[in-house]
Write a protein that binds this ligand. Sequence first.
Ligand SMILES: Cc1cc2nc3c(=O)[nH]c(=O)nc-3n(C[C@H](O)[C@H](O)[C@H](O)COP(=O)(O)OP(=O)(O)OC[C@H]3O[C@@H](n4cnc5c(N)ncnc54)[C@H](O)[C@@H]3O)c2cc1C
Length: 205
Amino acid sequence: IFLQFKSRFWEKSPLETGGLQTTSNVGIVGGSSSTDLPVRTVVYPSYYQGLPKDGPGVLLASYTWENDAIKYSPFTEEECFELALNDIVTLHGEIARKEWIPGKENNKAHYWQNDKTVVGGAYAKYGVGQVKNLMVAMMRSEDFIHWAGEHTDIHNAWILGALNSAVRVVKEILQENSMNDKWLKLKNSRLLKYWNGNLDAFKGY
Ligand SMILES: Cc1cc2nc3c(=O)[nH]c(=O)nc-3n(C[C@H](O)[C@H](O)[C@H](O)COP(=O)(O)OP(=O)(O)OC[C@H]3O[C@@H](n4cnc5c(N)ncnc54)[C@H](O)[C@@H]3O)c2cc1C
């Protein structure tokens, strides 16, 4: 849940803004707060560094997963804004409510489970032993069909895994079609010079 504010009050000392005091009373630039409130994790962007703190800013007011995220699912986007804002007020004081810019055009709540473009998922979440038992099997081609995707790489759940798997599939297709020279050319290109695909990690499986 992203909330937009007229000023980045969190970057200033609460002594200056009248916000809730902390043990250090210094502003927060970058990093995150882990809380036991429904918002769970608040992420403070670091990319405003050097810009005037009185300027507007967007806070990742709530970054949740699994059951913590599901708790927001019955609510409309606007209701999610209000719920998250209440927790930000608990953390920072009424300054947050004062500085908040309401409205759907200024804030965003996204519940990935309802997002049709991701088909209700994010990445494969392997259980104990499944990397060994499932991932290796899913990396194997079936005749002319080759399988790419983050779920087929040791860096599962990351963009790196998706990219690694794409390179692996290109390698498989070139080598299986007597084009090893093309693969070696590609492998020695600047782009892939240091790629190892972590294939060694699967040796012996
Ligand atoms: C909320 C969130 C935060 C993330 N944060 C990070 C991060 O900070 N850093 C990071 O490295 N990774 C992050 N990831 C993970 C990263 O986005 C994925 O690991 C990566 O996008 C997976 O790429 P992929 O190509 O394997 O699969 P996808 O990107 O999921 O691509 C699969 C595609 O197949 C399409 N598809 C599905 N079924 C069919 C069908 N039947 N016919 C045709 N097309 C179909 C889908 O629409 C989709 O476009 C995050 C993911 C999520 C959801």
